[in-house]
Write a protein that binds this ligand. Structure first.
Ligand SMILES: CC(C)(COP(=O)(O)OP(=O)(O)OC[C@H]1O[C@@H](n2cnc3c(N)ncnc32)[C@H](O)[C@@H]1OP(=O)(O)O)[C@@H](O)C(=O)NCCC(=O)NCCS
Length: 214
């Protein structure tokens, strides 16, 4: 059965999330999703014009959507871990269902589990026995090694490599092209800069960058 869905977020990742939905719909018959539109509390004029160019309507703010549409499920297409968590908590308490989206061009290994609200983009490689927590985002071409756990609300930016047996705690942001070496822990709310190489555990809430990451 086709399910109505909205994407929260008119920005870049919101529109990439639309691409994931479109690819899933093309790969499956019948198509699982019917996109109702995009919800955003403050879309920029530029993002509204980008949405219009692809023929997807902006259907209003979160409050307006909640008040006008009781049927649609949702997915959050916003890169910021903390923004995603706040919105998910609000929508969970409103009883809304979060969809899990895995692009057909991603590879998911055996014994891996994926939480609700997760978005996995094209070219992602998830190895065996990986846990991905709710509302985590894996951007295009991310690699996640065996036995690793990615907690809730983590964002892994394009082409980052998370090695085996790594623990990435909740609300962490791993920058584009970063590498986290095997067996390490990246603490809750930490940020790993783009192109960093993480060679030691990262403490809660800190930002590290460079090679080796400091
Ligand atoms: C690490 C990061 C979080 C720092 O952000 P910030 O606190 O706003 O830092 P600023 O831009 O003010 O830069 C501060 C300093 O760090 C340096 N710096 C910033 N990012 C860096 C990185 N990834 N690696 C090495 N140095 C970096 C800057 O050159 C600057 O150096 P300076 O003080 O000598 O001029 C950010 O730059 C980053 O890498 N974010 C991830 C981006 C990403 O993944 N983008 C893809 C989106 S899809």
């Amino acid at each position: 059965m086709t399910r109505p869905i909205v994407v929260i977020g008119a920005g870049g990742f919101g529109r990439e999330t639309l691409d994931v939905i479109e690819a899933i719909n093309e790969a499956r018959s019948p198509s699982p999703f019917a996109v109702v539109g995009v919800v955003d509390d403050a879309p920029s004029e530029l993002n509204l014009s980008r949405l219009a160019a692809r023929g997807v309507p902006w259907i209003g703010t979160i409050a307006e959507w909640l008040a006008s549409d009781t049927d649609s499920s949702y997915v959050i297409g916003i890169g910021s871990p903390s923004a995603r968590m706040q919105i998910a908590e609000r929508l969970d308490s409103a009883g809304r269902v979060a969809e899990t989206l895995v692009h057909p061009g991603a590879t998911i290994g055996s014994q891996s589990t994926i939480g609700h609200g997760v978005v996995i983009c094209s070219g992602v490689e998830v190895s065996t026995n990986v846990t991905i927590g709710e509302h985590a985002n894996l951007n295009p071409s991310v690699t996640v090694g065996h036995d690793t756990s990615i907690a809730a609300f983590v964002s892994v930016n394009p082409a980052a490599v998370i090695s085996g047996d790594v623990r990435v705690e909740s609300q962490t942001l791993i920058g584009a092209g970063a590498v986290v070496l095997q067996g390490l822990t990246v603490g809750e709310g930490a940020t790993v800069g783009a192109a960093a190489c993480v060679t030691r555990d990262v403490a809660t809430g800190v930002t590290v960058m460079g090679v080796p990451a400091r």
